[in-house]
Unconditional design. Structure first.
Length: 572
RNA sequence: CGGGAUGUAGCGCAGUCAGGUUAGCGCGCUGCUUUCGGGAAGCAGAAGUCGGGAGUUCGAAUCUCCCCAUCCCGACCA
């Protein structure tokens, strides 16, 4: 490929609307352009990288025994109604009608579609296990698209769905995907950490996310160096420690004029935050509920949502708080709280002589004791684990770090096979529902994440398995004779079946070197003054900057050797 | 959806507070000349609904109102 015939609109300056390195570099290196918020055009150089990533995913999925499908993007509403998700998916699912008024969704995921086709094509235990996958576009009307391609409204996902006869089979399928994912990311130069995750909107039991540690990660991970416990903060457990029980005091009302926040209360009462019963009003599926937790902890809304069994929860607006507590925000508490459904964190039971709002303006109770002053009607773990909390397994203080989620694997269970009535006959001729798993990789996000992990101040440094080209040839000659010589070298490399791009543009050397560094192909070959003088060709590695010289005759062998060595670093 | 910021040529910005001729600058782009192993120089050019609409005014990029879009911070997710 000649660069003179290959659109590569590189930029010298950062685009003003990009914030993170990968987004800036993808635009500056001419890989993508923004179409509108959350939608991107892949230019030829960027598309090549996407293809490389897809090819690796496909190889590893096939190697793991998965089989590739291609599903429609426009999915009939009937499918979603069968599983119940037409109602529960919410506005992130883009719904449209055709001219006859039939409703469709632009697929945000494909559990229903794959379950439906499985219903059609499998009927016996002999057809199991089946692991069906596709690499296809997903549409999600994100509330906030962010960080370029990392969170967009339209993105390419590899999604796989496994169907097994029993849990043992599912465990096997799940583990084989776990291995495949590790291999996939390793082959792209990404070190991933699998962490325990919340199962979220997909439903199901066990679930792990594949995280790449990064300062720009949207997830917080809690890690135990001692025993290897790793979890998303949304899901993370921690070892509880409780204060000693005190001799029980009398329940009293205290005037607390305009003292509302835990901080204000701590200084007003001059005691530790753990004394307070923090009471927060949420709206769960439209109904107000109260969550009560020790004042030194935060509520984990994912855990709370699960404990309540709600499909959506949000903080109640002030007006609702005033309505249900009969007081301004800041004076809510579990005592005499008008019969509102209340969930207590496990920490509450252990508070003795605590302090909490009296559901009256400017009044708090002191000497509050669970059991005597209110009943713990529903108890659950609804606390957010934070850095320094003890590991739930070995009690060692955990560390927190941020991560980008590039993949996610789930054990779905029977949710879809039952709701959509997917059945097979087992050995005994009995009708049974297969058990399912699902497995996703964000392809575009993976590309951005690779850049986050592999760049310097000059530009991208592609790991060779995902580099758009392996070799970047720069011709610096001016005379017709010199240009011919550079052309010959390029043709020679090309006919050796090496992936090569040739910068044959009429630009100054600095400009060409700059573009080569920006785009970041692993091997640069320069045909310049050293070649025209004494026939020595310069080979320079983008990573590390090592320079080697060789002759015309040695070049192909040398390049093949370097390429093989580079690839070897990413072997699994 | 709540809070904050921004919108001027393909890209990056100035000009707006304090209204006043043909709206500037850098990069990029076109032509010519010289140069060219780390983002060259000169000369000559092309390219703009100043986000949109309404209003105030003799006169609006600039003031007022409404709308839209983009980006950042929080709740959803690959």
């Amino acid at each position: 490929m000649r660069l003179s015939r290959f659109p590569l609109p590189t930029l010298k300056e950062d685009p003003s609307d990009a914030v993170v390195a990968s987004h800036k570099l993808m635009i500056r290196a001419g890989l993508i352009r923004k179409e509108s918020a959350g939608m991107y055009v892949y230019l030829p150089m960027g598309f090549r990288v996407l293809h490389k990533i897809i090819a690796i995913i496909r190889e590893e999925m096939n190697r793991a025994g998965a089989v590739e499908f291609l599903m429609p993007e426009l999915t009939n509403a009937e499918l979603w109604k069968e599983s119940g998700r037409w109602n529960t998916m919410g506005p992130e699912m883009i719904r449209i009608k055709d001219r006859n008024g039939l409703e469709y969704a632009l697929a945000p995921t494909h559990e229903e579609a794959f379950t439906a086709i499985a219903r059609n094509i499998i009927s016996s235990y002999r057809d199991l296990p089946l692991n069906a996958y596709q690499i296809n576009t997903k549409f999600r009307d994100e509330i906030r698209p962010r960080f370029g391609v990392i969170r967009s409204k339209e993105f390419i996902m590899k999604d796989a769905y496994s169907f097994d006869l029993d849990e043992e089979g599912l465990e096997k399928s799940y583990q084989s995907m776990r291995v495949a994912y590790r291999n996939i990311f390793k082959r792209m130069g990404l070190e991933t950490i699998p962490v325990e995750a919340d199962t979220g909107a997909m439903g199901g039991s066990q679930s792990e996310e594949f995280m790449v540690p990064s300062a720009i990660g949207e997830e917080v991970l809690l890690l135990c160096d001692q025993c290897g416990y790793r979890a998303n903060q949304e899901k993370a457990d921690f070892k509880r420690t409780y204060p000693p029980q005190e001799p029980i005091a009398e329940l009293k009302e205290v005037d607390t004029p305009n003292i509302k926040t835990i901080e204000e209360l701590v200084s007003f009462f001059n005691c530790s935050a753990s004394k307070f019963l923090k009471s927060i009003i949420y709206i769960a599926d439209g109904v107000p509920v109260m969550a009560v937790i020790s004042g030194d902890r935060e509520i984990n809304e994912h855990k709370l949502k699960k404990a309540i069994g709600a499909t959506s929860i949000e903080l109640a607006p002030n007006s609702i708080v005033e309505e249900v507590t009969n007081a301004p925000v800041g004076f809510a508490g579990p005592i005499n709280n008008f019969g509102i459904r209340t969930i207590f964190d496990m920490s509450v039971r252990h508070i003795s002589n605590g302090i909490t709002g009296a559901n009256k303006k400017d009044v708090h109770y002191i000497g509050v004791n669970p059991g005597r002053d209110f009943t713990i009607s529903e108890e659950a773990d609804i606390a957010l684990a934070v850095e320094g909390d003890g590991c739930p397994k070995c009690e060692t203080p955990m560390k927190a770090t941020r991560g980008i989620e590039v993949g996610h694997i789930f054990k779905l269970g029977y949710k879809y096979s039952k709701s959509m009535n997917l059945t097979v006959l087992d050995k005994n001729g009995k009708t049974v529902h297969p058990i399912m798993g699902c497995y996703g990789i964000g392809v575009n996000r993976t590309m951005a994440t690779i850049i986050e992990q592999h760049h310097d101040e000059r530009g991208i440094i592609w790991p060779i398995p995902v580099a758009p080209f392996h070799v970047w040839v720069i011709g610096l000659g001016r005379s017709t004779e010199e240009i011919c010589k550079a052309d010959e070298i390029y043709e020679m490399i090309k006919s050796a079946n090496i992936e090569v791009i040739y910068d044959d543009r009429h630009l100054s050397p600095g400009f060409k070197f700059g573009d080569a560094d920006m785009v970041g192909c692993p091997i640069r070959v320069t045909i310049g003054k050293t070649y025209f003088k004494d026939g020595s060709i310069e080979i320079r590695m983008r990573k590390g900057g090592d320079i080697m010289m060789c002759t015309n005759e040695e070049l192909i062998e040398k390049l093949n050797k370097i390429i093989a060595t580079e690839f070897a670093q990413y072997n699994v």
